[in-house]
Design a protein around this ligand. Structure first.
Ligand SMILES: Nc1ncnc2c1ncn2[C@@H]1O[C@H](COP(=O)(O)OP(=O)(O)OP(=O)(O)O)[C@@H](O)[C@H]1O
Ligand code: SF4
Ligand SMILES: [Mg+2]
Length: 348
């Protein structure tokens, strides 16, 4: 069995909501991440998908120990990361790297590409002594498909896709084991997205990397992910292999997200029903009781308001789903203006 490189258990991150300017009073909490558990296996890609504000980036920051969790545990290679000593934290920072969404703002415009990619070596000089740094940076530029002769150029002299490649080279500099990619292609054109995804795939094979790949669109993560976790309002609502999530989803939210993914074959469009979710995502400062999805769910019943559905494998399913009525749907429904309408549709 493949070993787990990360083990995340009941991770919680709440941000206080305060009132007052001088005397700040806490009047509540934004429950950005609330009881998230999963494992990341060595060499795998775990996709994390969910709408804006569901806590994906907060989860990424807490996993990377950039922020402290409210409670919960993250083990890296079996060792708890919170409370690690200084040397453990140094090792962790070296071995888990982040690629961010926006290549326009995540790179300092006043630094050359050479300085940007070589900066991690300043903090970890043992990885590359000064004399070999220029060569190392040029090697990294080549690895990510950029011209090593452009080492003295500035970020604005590159296109969006090339800037994301610079971000990836920077993340690779210290030869990490895990890269957390927080919406790395969301700001790019579709054709460039594919190139960057292919590059990430190639690097994974070459360097044996494990990825956590965050996106708000299920179609983006499908190609790269071995498993996918779907998040809603701070919680994972369904997690499974690529097949389990895309072919046999059991949570109404996943089914709704998938129904909105365009079908490439026009002849099958007629048979595809779109589940339209009405209403906004509730505030994470005041989430609904019981199941957090119940205010937008066409299947909600009384129990959904009183009991939090556990993320567990239920009978008739083969993977964990946080729904009291998890089931593969043969007929999907559209949910408009609070009404339930059954449509003659495809099997999800
Ligand atoms: N430092 C903070 N202080 C207070 N609230 C925060 C903080 N950071 C995030 N939040 C809140 O936590 C929730 C989750 O935010 P987060 O950025 O993790 O979502 P996300 O899924 O990454 O969204 P997006 O797809 O827009 O990037 C949001 O309601 C956000 O406003
Ligand atoms: S638990 Fe109830 S409200 Fe939540 S997804 Fe399942 S059916 Fe819908
Ligand atoms: Mg985000």
């Amino acid at each position: 069995m493949t070993e787990n490189i990360l083990e995340v258990n009941d991770l919680v991150k709440y941000y206080p909501v305060t009132r007052g300017i001088v005397f700040k009073k806490t009047i509540g909490h934004v429950q950005a991440v609330d009881g998230v558990s999963f494992n990341l296996r060595k060499g795998e890609t775990l996709g994390i998908v969910g709408e804006s504000g569901c806590g994906k980036s907060t989860l990424a920051r807490v996993l990377m120990s950039l922020e402290k969790p409210t409670r919960g545990s993250v083990k890296y290679n079996g060792q708890e990361i919170y409370g690690m000593g200084a040397s453990g934290m140094r090792r962790l920072r070296r071995n888990i790297q982040l690629v961010m969404q926006d290549p326009y703002t995540s790179l300092n415009p006043r630094m050359t590409v050479g300085d940007l990619i070589g900066e991690p070596f300043e903090i970890h000089p043992d990885v590359a002594p000064k004399s070999s740094r220029r060569q190392k940076v040029q090697d990294l530029l080549e690895v990510v498909g950029l011209n090593p002769e452009h080492i003295n150029r500035y970020p604005h002299q590159f296109s969006g896709g090339q800037r994301q490649r610079i971000g990836i080279a920077r993340a690779l500099a210290l030869r990490p084991e895990i890269i957390v990619c927080d919406e790395p292609v969301s700001a790019l054109d579709v054709s460039i997205q594919a190139q960057v995804m292919n590059l990430l795939e190639k690097l994974q094979d070459e360097f044996g990397l494990s990825y956590i790949f965050i996106a708000h669109d299920l179609s983006v993560v499908r190609h790269l992910s071995d498993r996918v976790a779907v998040m809603y309002l701070g919680k994972i609502v369904e997690i499974g292999t690529e097949d389990e999530i895309y072919e046999r989803p059991t949570h109404p939210y996943t089914q709704a997200l998938l129904s909105a993914v365009p079908v490439p074959d026009p002849s099958s469009r007629e048979t595809k029903a779109i589940i339209r979710l009405t209403g906004d995502v509730p505030s994470p400062a005041n989430p609904p009781s019981g199941c957090r999805f119940r205010t937008r769910c066409w299947k909600a019943q009384e129990i959904c308001a009183t009991e939090v559905p556990e993320l567990t494998v239920r009978s008739g399913s083969d993977h964990p789903s946080a729904c009291h009525f998890a089931e593969k749907r043969e007929i999907v429904a559209t949910h408009e203006a609070g009404e339930l309408t059954d449509l003659p549709t495809r099997t999800l």
